[in-house]
Design a protein around this ligand. Structure first.
Ligand code: BDR
Ligand code: CA
Length: 315
């Protein structure tokens, strides 16, 4: 039985790869995608999400959600920089499909309430949509079997010295979700930076010559260029593809290595706002709430990308 998931995205180059993995994997049934403000403004993320799904011929409903963080209207909204890793619009033809009429938050609530408690929520973006849905209709909580989040970091951050982008971009929302009481797997930077994709891996993707594999090769090569210039990894010519690792963890849990610890989110710290405070040494005395991924199996991840992105959907 495929895993039913909803994917919450801010597409975004690594979100684009995650969407393609989710839509093409025979082990996943992608019920819908919800879009939130993050890498790019939410309208741009919605258009990008539709572009990616159209490009691979995937018929998946897409719903646009929160345009701002939950309580910080003035928080740095996307540093839209066309020269950034994510750019603005993805370099794919304009979307033919249209977004759904409902707001993503309302669609999440309606879909979870009507569900049989079997839809995993995979959030690879700031958590504004997810937290708003939980606040607006707490009854959805018992219908969410697991939340898999790409976000946070224990050893380091990527937007500030101590914070990872998805958590930092809406820390109050992240705190609501992290402390919601449902099972959570947190795919932190510590893990995604140990599952790097190289230029050679991109060349092999390109050889597969499918719409998904060639688009992914283009997107990841662009990421590698950006990482080499601005945030070099321990091997040059490589980049993390954070969000795709979170989706792969749904398909094959062994692609990440987790430890069960208490995690909370700093919402006030002058230097540490948006930090995931991970009690790996069990100093705080609070019960563990998060299966925290600090390591990943890089060869397995890369081979999953090859296998899944080499697939095509029937016409
Ligand atoms: C996360 O932030 C975004 O830039 C990426 O899409 C990913 O979800 C990595 O910190
Ligand atoms: Ca993302």
């Amino acid at each position: 039985m495929p895993h039913r998931i909803i994917l919450d995205v801010d597409t975004g180059t690594d979100d684009a790869v995650a969407l393609m993995v989710a839509a093409l994997s025979p082990d996943i049934e992608l019920t819908g995608a919800t879009v939130v403000n993050g890498n790019v403004p939410v309208e741009v993320g919605t258009e990008n999400t539709l572009r990616v799904l159209d490009h691979i011929g995937a018929d998946v409903p897409v719903f646009q959600g929160m345009a701002t963080p939950m309580v910080r209207p003035d928080f740095p909204i996307p540093r839209v920089d066309v020269s950034s890793y994510h750019g603005r619009y993805l370099d794919l033809p304009p979307a033919r499909s249209r977004k759904g009429a409902q707001h993503a938050v309302d669609w999440l609530i309606e879909t979870y309430l009507a569900s049989e408690g079997d839809i995993t929520l995979v959030a690879v973006a700031p958590l504004s949509n997810v937290a708003m849905a939980m606040k607006k209709e707490p009854a959805i909580l018992e219908k969410i079997p697991e939340i898999v989040i790409m976000g946070g970091g224990h050893e380091f951050g990527n937007i500030t010295p101590s914070a990872e982008f998805n958590i930092w971009a809406d820390p109050e929302a992240a705190r609501v979700v992290m402390t919601c009481g449902r099972p959570i797997r947190l795919v932190a930077l510590d893990a995604t930076h140990r599952a790097l994709v190289s230029r050679e891996d991109c060349a092999r993707l390109r050889e597969l010559n499918t719409p998904a594999s060639t688009a992914a090769a283009d997107l990841i090569e662009r990421r590698i260029q950006g990482y080499d210039e601005h945030q070099p990894m321990h091997r040059t010519g490589t980049a993390p593809v954070h969000d795709a690792l979170a989706v792969c963890a749904v398909i094959a849990p062994e692609v990440i290595e987790t430890t069960f610890v208490h995690v909370d989110v700093e919402t006030h710290g002058e230097l540490t706002v948006g930090r995931t405070v991970c009690d790996v040494a069990h100093r705080g005395g609070q019960a563990p709430n998060v299966h925290l991924a600090l390591n990943a199996d890089e060869p397995r991840f890369v081979s999953m990308l090859q296998d899944i992105l080499g697939r095509t959907l029937p016409d």
